[in-house]
Each structure stands twice: as structure tokens, then as C-alpha cells.
Design a protein around this ligand. Sequence first.
Ligand code: FES
Ligand code: FES
Length: 151
Amino acid sequence: MVSLEINEIKYEVDVPPDVPLLWVIREHLKLTGTKYGCGIAMCGACTVHVNGKAARSCHLLAGDAQGKKIITIEGIPQDHPVKRAWIAEQVPQCGYCQPGQIMQAIALLSEDPNPSDQRILDFMNGVLCRCGTYPRIKRAIRRAIKESKTL
Ligand code: FES
Ligand code: FES
């Protein structure tokens, strides 16, 4: 049994503590916005926030996530500047990688609200997009920064 706090809701889930957090999120809690890509922390599709930092949920054991604040894509409000920018720039193609991209982008902007182009490139580097939406991702991040400043 593990006790988890996800999107500000507390859950008791009947799984062994060595189950990856991603499995709990998708299979037990049916929060299917977070995606399974590689399963070995190499693609970023499974990115969530753990205590405000981007983390690969395929590589984090549910037992180790206890006592931490976990946010998934479902926990990000629809009117969040990053989600709005993603829509305005029409970033997704197939869409599969996009929850991970958005979670990574939000983690970047909470660490560094005014990142350089190189910082954006470096920080987003580990989240792969097979559809090659990288230029639109960068434009959306720039738009979110601009909109956040005018809020
Ligand atoms: S599924 Fe977790 S990094 Fe690829
Ligand atoms: S939009 Fe298809 S993998 Fe990124």
C-alpha cells in the first residue's frame, strides 16, 4: 500500500512500493494524460512534477513518491499561460509527447521565468517529439513568457 498526494488529492493505492509511479498514475488512478514512452527515463513522455520539479514518473518508485506533492498534466489549470500558449501556437501534431513537453516547460518557467534561447533548448532537450514540433514548442514557451509578464 502506498499513500500518494496527486493534484492535491490524497490516495491510498494497493500496490507494492517498488511499482513505478507512472503505472499508479495511469493504471490505478486512470490519469491517462501522462504517457508511457520508453520506460527508462529517456524520452520525457511520462514527465510530472514532484515538489515542483520535473520528474520522469516511469523512473520513480511509488514508494519514493510518498510524502511529496505530485502534479500531473490534469492538475494544471486549463487557463495556465503555458497551456494557453500551446493552443495559440497549435503545437501538437500527434500529441503523444505533449503532456510531457508542457510539464517540462512549466517546470522550466517556475525555475527561470525569463530563460535564454539556449536555456530553453537545454532544459527541453530530454523530452523527445517524434513529430518534430520543437520550433512550435519554443514559440509557445516564448509566448507564455510574454503573456505571464502582462498578467
Ligand atoms: S516513459 Fe518515462 S522517460 Fe520515457
Ligand atoms: S506531437 Fe507527436 S510525438 Fe510530439
